[in-house]
Ligand binder design. Structure first.
Ligand code: CS2
Ligand code: MG
Length: 402
């Protein structure tokens, strides 16, 4: 029986910060797990290095479920983004190792493919509606069949999701930038903005929009109703989801599909949302929701209630977790869509990936394991830089959801 002989936490910043766990076994097999938590990276690195790595040495890498239960229940203090991201990194690395030892891609370990590729959505954005329309046209020309559209709300510098330069990166400052937000301006602007997208391009592609947790349930119901004639694929994070029952009010108000979950880290964060069908898509991710083992549980629960998957895939989730996401995406029966914000060329100097983007879908590597490698020499060239996500403030100065 092989044992775990080493586990290394690799922090690197090729364009943005990433934390990666690399596990090595007595057979010399290595596996990778993403442990990146945007704006709180060092907390997860410390949790891994100081509290989990000592527990891994000497354990059986084959026993993935047992390891998950050991790390989750053994912590006593359960759940939370830091703990579950650290457990996710261990879990993902063990699936990578198991695939390499078996000589099988992870999707085959998960029961084989239900589909060849995973439809993705790209991020079109603009500082104005005109810029947004140009960006939507660009993604359509690239063959995307699903496109998220975000534009700056006139007079509201704190608009969410507007790219500045080639890559969208919200964690851009050494201390949190405070961004002003006006819900009234947004509610007046968003329906007409997305209406212009439909007016120009029609309905032959899936249109998505991210509200980014910023409305009350009443406001979200009003916005969803205004979106109905635009036939959105989904309205994302319409309201903060700590109070899962608040989505009943949104559901009563509108038929616009709802997607939630990128900030969730366990099945209990979304159990009510799923079992009461308060959402249409669950956005939980491999890296933040306890790894492949736990995310698969969430997806299987969602399947029972005809809730489809729509995993988070922003550039602050590393190519390791995106690789794992695509392996899971192609196997689950209730797949919906995979978010795909292409990582920068600098990031790919460190992370060598095997997934392929073709005709608006990602196709997983057929190499054993996850099909992703980390170049440690290249990683050493990009030291960590403190970066924070912005903080939102209302026009009266009080803190709001960013
Ligand atoms: C966004 C993210 O991709 C999304 O849907 O909500 O860009 C999110 O803002 C970042 O991942 C936060 O780090
Ligand atoms: Mg989002």
């Amino acid at each position: 029986m092989a044992t775990i002989t080493g586990a290394k936490v690799i922090i690197t910043s090729p364009g943005r910060n990433f934390v990666t766990l690399k596990i090595t076994t007595s057979d010399g097999v290595t596996g990778l797990g993403d442990a990146t938590l945007n704006g709180r990276e060092l907390a997860v690195a410390a949790y891994l290095r100081d509290h989990l790595v000592p527990l891994l040495i000497g354990r059986d890498p084959d026993r993935i479920e047992d390891m998950w239960q050991y790390l989750y229940k053994g912590a006593y203090w359960r759940r939370g983004p830091v703990t579950m991201t650290a457990i996710a990194a261990v879990d993902t690395a063990l699936w990578d190792i198991k695939g390499k030892v078996a000589g099988m891609p992870v999707y085959d370990l998960l029961g084989g493919r239900a589909r060849d590729g995973a439809m993705v959505y790209g991020h079109a954005s603009g500082g104005s509606v005109a810029e947004l329309l140009d960006d939507v046209a660009r993604f359509r020309d690239l063959g995307y069949r699903a496109i998220r559209a975000q534009a700056a709300v006139p007079g509201s510098p704190g608009s969410y999701g507007v790219r500045h330069g080639a890559i969208y990166e919200p964690a851009a400052t050494a201390l949190p930038e405070e961004q002003l937000w006006s819900t009234e301006d947004y509610l007046d602007f968003a329906p007409s903005c997305l209406g212009q997208v439909r007016e120009k391009f029609g309905f032959d592609f899936h249109l998505l929009h991210d509200v980014h947790h910023r409305l009350t349930p009443t406001e979200a119901g009003r916005l969803g109703r205004a979106f109905e004639e635009l036939r959105l694929f989904w309205m994302e994070d319409p309201t903060p989801a700590e109070l899962q029952e608040s989505f009943r009010q949104i559901r009563r108000a509108t038929t616009t599909p709802i997607a939630v979950g990128e900030v969730f880290n366990s099945i209990w964060d979304c159990q009510q949302l799923i079992t009461e069908r308060l959402i249409d898509y669950i956005r939980a991710s491999v890296v933040h929701a306890g790894g492949i083992t736990h995310l698969r549980r969430i997806f299987h629960l969602a399947e029972l209630y005809q809730v489809r998957t729509g995993s988070h895939g922003a550039t602050d989730l590393s190519p390791v977790s995106l690789s794992a996401a695509v392996h899971l995406d192609v196997t689950v029966p209730n797949f919906g869509v995979q978010e795909y914000m292409a990582h920068s060329p600098l990031t790919h100097e460190v992370f060598r990936t095997g997934y392929e983007l073709r005709d608006g879908a990602l196709y997983p590597s057929s190499a054993p394991g996850l099909g992703v490698e980390l170049d440690e020499e290249a990683a050493a060239r990009f030291p960590y830089e403190p970066k924070y996500l912005p903080v939102g403030r209302r026009t009266d100065g009080s803190v709001h959801d960013w």
